[in-house]
Design a protein around this ligand. Sequence first.
Ligand code: GLA
Length: 437
Amino acid sequence: MSLSTLFEPIYGDGAAQQAPRYAAALAAFARLYGAGDVAIYRAPGRVNLIGEHTDYNHGFVLPAALDKDAVILARPRPDATVRLANVEEGYAATAFDISPDIPPDAVGAWSNYVRGAAQALARTIDRPLHGFDGLVVSAPPYGVPRGSGLSSSSALTVAAAVTVAHLNGLGGASYDAHFAGIMDHFASVLGRSGHAMFLDCRPMADGEYRTEHVPLPEGYRLLVVDSGVHHRNVGGGYNQRVAECRAGVGLLQARFPGITHLRDVQEQAWDDLAADLPEETTLAALRAQGVALDDLPGVSDDAVLRVRPRCRHVWTENRRVLAAMAAMIAGDVATLGGLLNAAHASARDDYEISCPEIETLVDAAREVDGVAGARLTGAGWGGCMVALVAAEAAPAFERHVVECYRAATGRTPGVFVCRAGPGAGFVGNVGPGAIRE
Ligand code: GLA
């Protein structure tokens, strides 16, 4: 089997660099389970190009699947057992039987993503499923950077689902996005090389979701820079943003009965909506007004809810996603870059999810020639920046951003030059010695 046939459709001109990674993994697989044929599966991480904190408001997102992925090498077994190892040190081997009720591993253990995917499939398929001997290969730099908002855990979950489905002869529909959550799994399953994927997070009447592949500008790379910081308030802050949006919906229901998400008022003029949305309020004050919001974990009665700016971010961000898509289709990089920058400003000022470290990265990125735009990506309060950078400017970008970030914070950021790659799937079957280092 020629290496280029196997890897080029996935990794493009980065295919050659993948050979040592796969060769080492195949050798490790043979040591663990013996020589013979091996099936290769993969699922990518994703970066959200634009459309932040819109998904839970039933809005629009525009993520891209990356060429960083979780890989599973597998050999089917006649029974239901999954024997699972991981090439990384500290990731202990484990085993379980596939069934609709797979006992979980310890809390936080890596194998739970594989167990969860196998269990989800077993629950939807009305027959026993075969297990496999498997080896997981997901370490950066070729794997998805962890804890950075690039969906490394979704990648492993989707890779496991693809493995179980394919080894059991189940069609694509069995492991498509229905099985999974919203943006992250969708992007990992449905990504396309050189494209971002527009996703409308509001299900249609038949329960399907509308997606559209949009070409990324040719000659540009997605530069993802990991700040390495994760501010403490990620969980609490995220829940509070959800509450603030729900408060907006609750208040707007007086005038727009029956609405359930901010998406329902996307067609109204913003000034008209703003009149009903207070700059600040609290759950207690809302209750006194007859707006009861139940089921809001971790938000205290007297926490200040900044309803108007939060809703303004969501309303304007949805528009920016549509405009970004139009700019990409028109090949208008300048407009696209401007929209990325505007999305960042809105996330920083209206949604208040940036932090000094991310501001340092964004400021530094925009100083480099060839950078179309840069913004925080993911939940916020740390995590990553994404920048759209002319391919030839990538080395200068990396030098400048690393230097500025070190000078300001004393930390070295992780810089990942990414292409938009294809979604999850079966890569191929290889025999012993098929891929040499
Ligand atoms: C996290 C969540 C996503 C999305 C983003 C914000 O990454 O996993 O679903 O809500 O935050 O856009």
